[in-house]
Design a protein around this ligand. Structure first.
Ligand code: AMP
Length: 113
């Protein structure tokens, strides 16, 4: 069985996070080392949607990146952020440190909370 990663523990509430987006399927929280005035990480909450990385996507999890991108888009609309960058680090050699698929959302516009 998969060892719980840092982001599993954020989903279960065992590790605190600054949550800015929370729906049935997706959690968005502020990156602890922000690289832009708004830097949010979006992750899937449900175990069935867990995949370590884009590198490991299968037919069963192919919908997950879209789930995260759609959440980022909805977050931006809600916060009135008109432009932003989205990125996935893919695999250790692609700069990925946490083995739990996450979408980086970066914007030069700051959010209130
Ligand atoms: P990656 O390098 O794509 O795996 O991104 C992992 C991100 O998680 C990095 O940008 C880290 O700054 C961020 N991070 C690490 N620990 C935490 C934490 N406890 N809360 C929020 N973000 C974190």
């Amino acid at each position: 069985m998969q060892e719980p990663t840092l982001f599993h523990k954020i989903v279960t509430g065992d590790i605190p996070a600054d949550v800015v987006y929370d729906t049935e399927n997706v959690l968005g929280f502020k990156d602890i080392h922000p690289k832009a005035p708004t830097h949010v990480l979006f992750i899937a909450k449900k175990e069935k949607d867990f995949v370590p990385s884009i590198v490991n996507l299968t037919d069963d999890t192919a919908h997950v990146p879209t789930l995260l991108i759609r959440a980022a888009q909805q977050f931006a609309i809600k916060k009135g952020i008109e432009g932003y960058k989205l990125s996935f680090n893919c695999g250790a050699q692609g700069g990925q440190e946490v083995s739990y698929l996450h979408l980086h959302f970066l914007a030069s516009q700051a959010i209130d909370s």
